[in-house]
Design a protein around this ligand. Structure first.
Ligand SMILES: [Zn+2]
Ligand SMILES: [Zn+2]
Length: 563
């Protein structure tokens, strides 16, 4: 099977990092792990490979309780309200999850997380340490994560508590430069506090081994190498707060588990939920300890340290037989008017806002086409509109509708027979094969690139249109009609190939296009290894002349918004 060239796995668990429910999903979120993992899963489906897509919400983040204070709500109300909103946004973008894990609503989450903690604690893998904690006397609380901002001790860029989004490295809050309380703006005091810490440095050798086998982007690998070149820090896994999962250990009753500690076993809990949904025993080991399963993890670069260092070390400490993800697929930041998208600063174009203005296909195409894969990119509504107009309407739609008209006029709206291929036909077929290989590479997790996938589709459209226009001259030549019909059959094959290549990117359009080419069996039943099988001769086209992305009504609003 094509996708299994580099692994023996038969089943794939595809995980996208759960977003924080302190606001709805913005375009920056959508363009990253969520759309990426959905595209990958849709490709796996076409390969006939068993796969499951897990994500959810990160209910117990301190950003949720901070938002609750700002809104005058309870943290639970915030988590539930935005958890619902995010689910609606994912559905509107046709991002199809198998499990949308919600820690507050799962019957597995808290027991699995607490059991994982107890195992580490009882085996002495967590240590009690008295360290300095930031304390705000105005707000009367210890500051960590969302409650504090300052400058990162590693890169000196503005950073929140516990991790820096810029350089991706952890901090211990008390080591932030010029820290201030996010609620009241006061300068906090440093007070001694006993917490439980996880000593990362004890797993250094195992992490080095793991990173050697792991497939990940150079930016993440560079961060790992940089962190491992220095001594790995101890990470506080409990904090004084009343929002989160209680620490099941005597002496820490006023503390809660650090939400990023919670997330690692949280994935095991979500796997139990998946198995329960599949009506199999709710046992996470069926994926996390099974040799025939592989785990592919999607996340943004700012979360790299958690996925590449903290979680693997926690899993190694908790149970060395747990298999770690084999591949990381990461993205960089999307910027809006030059600044990073941010939920907490409300600097964003919200997913639902954009999906009201444009179809899910248009949004998915644009985000895949321009998403920040290896470098930060800037999103503008004007470029969105122009790209959709230029590539999808004047490119894909125009070619396919023209092809439909040609087949209606010259072939009675049916697929003609391809006779002997001449050199130009062979060259075009070769170009199609090469484009399929490029798309295939773009959909492999090791070389994953939605940008490459959209560009391959656009190049196919350009080449097919060029080929069709060139070949149309034969339709006027006496005795050469057979050559022309052969060319039309090949152009229709290119249209079929486009629907399959584009199905992970623009699923609704691909389904419509498949039907327009006359197929009565669903596109979901089409398999990647049959992609070059010609359309059945005589198959009646059904609406190719009017096939469209249905953007017209929405376009008017989009163009107005863009100017
Ligand atoms: Zn304060
Ligand atoms: Zn930093």
């Amino acid at each position: 099977m094509i996708n299994n060239k580099k692994t023996t796995a038969k089943r794939f668990l595809v995980i996208a990092t759960p977003p924080t429910p302190n606001g709805d999903l913005h375009v920056g979120h959508l363009s990253g792990p969520y759309l990426g993992a959905d595209i990958y899963c849709r490709y796996l489906a076409m390969c006939g490979t068993e796969h499951y897509y897990i994500s959810g919400v990160d209910d117990h983040q301190s950003y949720v309780s901070l938002k609750a204070e700002q809104l005058g709500w309870s943290p639970a109300q915030v988590a539930d309200y935005f958890g619902d909103a995010m689910e609606t946004t994912l559905e509107a973008a046709e991002i199809q999850l198998d499990i949308y894990a919600r820690p507050r609503k799962s019957m597995y989450h808290i027991p699995v997380v607490q059991q994982f903690f107890k195992r580490l604690y009882s085996e002495g893998k967590l240590v009690v340490k008295e360290t300095l904690s930031l304390f705000c006397r105005v707000c009367n609380r210890h500051l960590f994560e969302a409650y504090v901002s300052g400058k990162c001790p590693h890169c000196e860029h503005p950073s929140g508590g516990n991790a820096c989004e810029d350089c991706g490295r952890p901090n211990d809050c008390a080591d932030l430069i010029d820290p201030v309380c996010k609620s009241c703006g006061s300068v906090p005091y440093k007070v001694p506090l006993k917490r439980l810490y996880f000593p990362l440095s004890e797993y250094e050798q195992q992490l080095r081994q793991y990173h050697k086998s792991l497939k990940m982007a150079p930016h993440v690998r560079a961060l790992c190498e940089q962190m491992l070149a220095e001594r790995l820090p101890d990470i506080a896994v409990t904090h004084v707060t009343d929002w989160g999962i209680p620490v099941p250990a005597t002496g820490f009753e006023n503390q809660r588990l650090y939400v990023w500690f919670e997330m690692a076993p949280g994935y095991l809990a979500a796997t139990c939920e998946l198995n329960a949904k599949l009506q199999t025993p709710p046992d996470w080991t069926s994926y996390w300890k099974s040799k025939d399963a592989a785990i592919v993890q999607f996340f943004g670069f700012d979360n790299s340290y958690f996925f590449a260092v903290l979680f693997p070390a926690l899993f190694l400490a908790g149970d060395p037989k747990i298999q770690l993800p084999q591949t990381f697929v990461t993205n960089e930041f999307y910027r809006l008017n030059g600044l990073k998208f941010s939920t907490s600063r409300s600097h964003a174009i919200w997913g639902q806002e954009l999906l009201r203005q444009a179809s899910s296909d248009a949004v998915r195409f644009y985000l895949a086409h321009t998403g920040p894969e290896r470098e930060q990119c800037n999103f503008t509504l004007q470029d969105f509109y122009q790209t959709v107009q230029c590539e999808l309407i004047e490119g894909w739609e125009a070619w396919l509708q023209g092809l439909g008209q040609k087949v209606s006029r010259g072939c009675n709206a049916r697929v003609p027979l391809a006779w002997q291929l001449e050199e130009d036909h062979e060259n075009f077929a070769g170009a199609l094969r090469s484009l399929i290989s490029q798309a295939e590479a773009a959909y492999q997790p090791e070389t994953f690139s939605p940008q490459q996938a959209t560009r391959t589709c656009c190049e196919l459209v350009r080449l097919a249109r060029r080929f069709g226009k060139s070949e149309d001259h034969w339709s006027f030549v006496r005795g050469r009609h057979v050559r022309w019909k052969t060319s039309v059959a090949l152009e229709l094959l290119a249209a079929k190939v486009l629907m399959m290549l584009a199905a992970p990117l623009v699923p609704s359009f691909a389904v419509k296009g498949w039907r327009a080419l006359g197929y009565e069996t669903p596109l979901s039943g089409a398999r990647w290894n049959e992609i070059l099988e010609p359309l059945p001769v005589g198959q009646a086209l059904s609406g190719l002349v009017t096939l469209s992305f249905d953007l017209l009504g929405k376009n008017v609003q989009m163009s107005q918004a863009a100017v």
